[in-house]
Design a protein around this ligand. Sequence first.
Ligand SMILES: Cc1cc2nc3c(=O)[nH]c(=O)nc-3n(C[C@H](O)[C@H](O)[C@H](O)COP(=O)(O)OP(=O)(O)OC[C@H]3O[C@@H](n4cnc5c(N)ncnc54)[C@H](O)[C@@H]3O)c2cc1C
Length: 375
Amino acid sequence: MTTDVLIIGGGVIGLSIARELAFDHSVCVVERGRCGRQASSAAAGMLGAQAEAYGDDAFFRLCIGSREMFPALAASLLEETDIDVGLDNAGTLLLSFTEADIAERRERFAWQMAAGFEIEQLSATDIRRAEPFVSTDVLGGFYLPKDGQIDNRKLVEALQRSCEVRGVKFVENTRIDKLTVENGKVTGAFADDSKFSADKVVLAAGAWGTAIDAGVELPFVIKPMRGQILQFRTAKRLFEHVIVGPRGYIVPRSDGRVLAGATMDDAGFDETITNEATAHLIESTTEISPSLGSQKPQDAWTGFRPFAPDRLPVLGRTPNAENLLLALGAFRNGILLSPVTAKLIADDIRGVAPSPEEFSPVRFFRRLVNGSVQR
Ligand SMILES: Cc1cc2nc3c(=O)[nH]c(=O)nc-3n(C[C@H](O)[C@H](O)[C@H](O)COP(=O)(O)OP(=O)(O)OC[C@H]3O[C@@H](n4cnc5c(N)ncnc54)[C@H](O)[C@@H]3O)c2cc1C
């Protein structure tokens, strides 16, 4: 099959890019299993641009820019697909249980306040008024009104439906094993008994991104960072906000489900839900809300965050194959970063602008010392 653009991997990143490019390109997405069933379904769907930030850098600005794209994206997906992706703008509460934690967070967020990003310090009374089921041990916290959440499973479903409406071809249950590169260009992508060719090839295979033989050396490895997460279900909705405690978070969905996450395990592609993780997640949930933590979790799952050596996304062209673009390494923020990633990759393919240098794969090639990767 030949198209303008071939996208390898149908997670939130691959689907978002496919949807964006489908306006003016023929696009084919090849997915090893079913689209959107890996990290993109496992995620909690927090749009935590400010909560996750430690400094005013290019990554922070990327996250903020992407967060701002969600209202228009959700509206356009609803119009095209009738799927409500559950964009919830109630915001995020960060809880502190010690004075030291309050002081640390005040210092950590000082630059955001100075730069004019919305953030509000709250007393324990404010917090318990907003969220009556939060622990009475809470001492105070912070409110980030713009850090909302989205139902990521609905998001991937809507993205795929929208792609179909826009004419994207999907080939599911097909694993690309290798690419062939001739004269600095990818000439084919091979699955068991099929060959796919395209003018541009986008590798968006998440945590498996560098497990595929790319036909050229990619001087870095994307590692899977396993996350384990629990799901509770309450008869009625108990919480309004995403709530982040010192050791975990809870994300309430509108239908009474509450996700409680998440671990960060360097355990390869092992899908096991461990007893230790379950115990830890129940403990961190109980710390936030004893009423929730005392309930029995109704479900649990794992997912693999795509982790690049410097923790940053890897976006844009590789220097050794001119038509190969990477959209990897979204790590903890791939749901949040999906709209901006789609825009950056589409801009690059359309020749509008190359992906920003900070996130370009070129940075890993520069670190090559004497032919080996400096780690
Ligand atoms: C527990 C947990 C909680 C998280 N919470 C959040 C959150 O609150 N907010 C947030 O923004 N992010 C969150 N994340 C991170 C987010 O889920 C990821 O960054 C994002 O889903 C990555 O998307 P992706 O499309 O790159 O990867 P994936 O969703 O994993 O998609 C990659 C796809 O490529 C396919 N593939 C792999 N190899 C091949 C091949 N050889 N051929 C064809 N297809 C292939 C896979 O089957 C898969 O469908 C969380 C992650 C986890 C695990």
